[in-house]
Design a protein around this ligand. Structure first.
Ligand SMILES: [Fe+2]
Length: 184
């Protein structure tokens, strides 16, 4: 075996588990998401320590042209009738895009332009989502198991949450066995 061969990090596709490298995990709990869900009373009644999603990012060099790789694990759950979702963001550097890959579970990717035009893409194991520049993005878990999605994005992109103070223009609620999309 050639000792010059570098062993890279490993992704278990079926679970989204990353291993074999420096890993930074950020957990977002219910308490970290005030004003995100439509039913504020239901949000207050929830367990504030409940983990809504974890993001695992491989430690890697930062700079112009460098890429980050990470996996989001979004738990199944609801606040009132609204499904668990990520906070969602524009990139600070608006012209920077991103790619998401569905790994497990089922859900939706909500995409919204700066003009407020929104659309949804179905996220399933194997789905590929090209997030264009100037487009905010949020994951929503409409299923009964954790939704895991791999993401690759420019390290210079940054996150801008403040630009979405008014929220997204679409919300997804549980309805029977499926979901319902509501505007506003
Ligand atoms: Fe992003």
């Amino acid at each position: 075996m050639n000792s010059d061969i570098f062993m890279p990090s490993q992704l278990t596709w079926a679970t989204g588990a990353l291993a074999g490298g420096p890993l930074i995990r950020k957990t977002t709990r219910l308490a970290d998401l005030p004003g995100i869900f439509a039913d504020g009373e239901a949000w207050k009644c929830g367990n504030p320590q409940k983990s809504v999603y974890d993001v695992d990012v491989l430690g890697s060099p930062v700079g112009e042209g460098a890429l980050f790789v990470g996996v989001t694990h979004l738990r199944a759950g609801n606040v009132g009738d609204e499904f668990f979702m990520t906070r969602g963001h524009f990139h600070q550097r608006r012209e920077q895009g991103e790619v998401y890959f569905g790994l497990r579970g089922c859900g939706l990717l909500l995409l919204q332009t700066e003009a407020g035009d929104a659309r949804l893409e179905q996220v399933t194991a194997g789905s590929v989502h090209i997030i264009p520049p100037f487009t905010a993005h949020r994951l929503i878990n409409t299923g009964n198991e954790t939704l895991s999605s791999l993401a690759v994005w420019p390290s210079i992109a940054g996150h801008d949450y403040a630009a979405l103070a008014e929220g997204f223009t679409l919300r997804i609620f549980a309805s029977g066995e499926g979901y319902e999309v509501r505007h506003g």
